[in-house]
Design a protein around this ligand. Structure first.
Ligand code: FRU
Length: 440
């Protein structure tokens, strides 16, 4: 049946058929989460860029719908965002039904231009605006790589804001009616898929900061007055690996102000009629750390329904812990939570049939080759939450302060199965989970 192929991710979204890349137009509306995405409906390769579409009630179980936006005489459909035009600023609304308006880039051999379409039936069918394009940066700046409009309503100024990848970073435009846009400012040092949002620090709304976000998940913190983003920090990042072009849900209900992102998992699906996948939805939060305020990324609570805990232990030796792990190693999907305590400044981690899915070097302060310094420098402990699916591994370190993702290598039975490695380590806490499938 559908979704049961050998290398089909079992608890991550993938398309029935074809290629996917960036999440697009992510929005919550009338009880549904919408995930649009860069899609080639015909082949496993990047080509014929269209907007695919899936909907969900919980961000975990998805129903794939027909393609939302297909190439037209102007070009192919590149990445972008959606808004709900509650106040009918663009004039597309019909009766009580506010328009869902999609902003996207049209790509053709000559240039990239910003266009819109609207839907009056919850994103099922779309009408492209007759006077597209709205922004032509080739004409203005002679800028070719100009794409990925991210649009949101700025309540204090009562206007729309667009953040756009343009020239050497992200430009900000404003509009009163979603159609006519005025250039305002520019932030250098980003590439593709901008996002810009405000987050409370440590949950305290009186201490919020704005986050300027780029496709490689690098970000700057700062302030925003509706027209200009003023950075107060350099660029940071909290994650590495196969994640790219993450986007956050717009229009979250007032009762649930979480900032939830889904990232594109650049993970090959060998031999399958589809390619790539989406990573787990995570909540972005700002936290004070010893280095200043930083973003962290935590799998949303809705993911808990996917997992059944099959055992929990405290204070195990590595030999004892490895004996427990044998119950999971033949499964195609599972989750492991563990706190490792190192006896001295050495390396330790977890391997899966020879693939090092965790490699912590306490001496050089590296996690899987990337600098990581725990909050508490007097501790020799590292806590990890590891999600293994048929073709992917996602790891959240110290409650999401650092995370990474990677392809899961095909099982090599000549190598040892699932095991902790390292010199005299203690597994202070170990929790093992089996994982359900999201496909019916
Ligand atoms: C990022 C990106 C976007 C572009 C899209 C095209 O992965 O290059 O900048 O809109 O993919 O598929």
């Amino acid at each position: 049946s559908l979704y049961s192929e050998k290398n089909r991710p079992q608890y991550h979204f993938s398309t029935r058929r074809g290629w996917i890349n960036d999440p697009n137009g992510m929005i919550f509306y009338e009880g549904e989460y919408h995930l649009f995405y860069q899609h080639n409906p015909y082949e496993r390769e990047w080509e014929n860029m269209s907007w695919g579409h899936a909907v969900s009630k919980d961000m975990i179980h998805w129903d794939e719908l027909p393609t939302a936006l297909s190439p037209d005489s102007l070009g192919t459909m590149f990445s972008g965002s959606t808004v709900i035009d509650y106040e009918n600023t663009a004039g597309f609304n019909q009766g009580k039904e506010p328009a869902m308006v999609a902003f996207f880039t049209v790509d053709n051999p000559e240039k990239q231009i910003q266009c819109i379409a609207y839907s009056l039936d919850k994103g099922r069918t779309w009408t492209k605006y007759a006077k597209n394009p709205l922004i032509d940066s080739k004409a203005k700046w002679n800028s070719k790589d100009t794409r990925d409009p991210r649009v949101f309503w700025y309540q204090p100024g009562r206007h729309w804001v667009m953040v756009l990848n343009e020239r050497d970073g992200h430009s900000i435009y404003t509009s009163k009616n979603l159609k006519e846009w005025t250039y305002q400012s520019h932030v250098t040092g980003f590439w593709e898929c901008p996002d810009l949002f405000e987050l409370p620090v440590d949950g305290d709304k009186s201490k919020s900061k704005w986050v300027m976000y780029g496709a490689s998940t690098t970000y700057m913190l700062g302030s925003f007055d509706g027209k200009t983003f003023t950075p107060e920090s350099g660029k940071h990042s909290y994650t590495t690996g196969s994640i790219y072009a993450a986007q956050t849900f717009a229009n979250m209900p007032q009762s649930d102000p979480r900032r939830i992102q889904i990232g594109w998992g650049r993970i090959q699906q060998p031999g399958m009629p589809f390619n790539n996948m989406m990573l787990l939805p995570t909540e972005l939060q700002l936290r004070n750390t010893k280095n200043g305020v930083r973003l962290r990324s935590v799998p949303i609570k809705e993911t808990e329904q996917l997992f059944n805990r099959v055992g929990q232990w405290a204070s195990l030796s590595d030999t004892e812990a490895n004996a427990k792990l044998t119950t999971l190693q033949s499964l195609d999907r599972f989750r492991i939570k563990a706190t490792l305590k190192l006896s001295h400044a050495t390396s330790a981690g977890l391997s899966l049939f020879g693939q090092r899915i965790l490699d912590y070097d306490l001496n050089a302060n590296l996690v899987n080759g990337v600098f990581y310094s725990p909050e508490d420098m007097t501790s020799t402990e590292l806590s990890v939450d590891i999600y293994v699916d048929r073709t992917s591994v996602e790891v959240f370190v110290d409650g999401g302060r650092y995370s990474y993702s990677m392809e899961r290598k095909p099982v090599s039975t000549s190598k040892e199965g699932l095991r902790f490695w390292g010199n005299r380590i203690e597994v202070k806490n170990l929790e093992l989970y089996t994982a359900k499938s999201i496909w019916k």
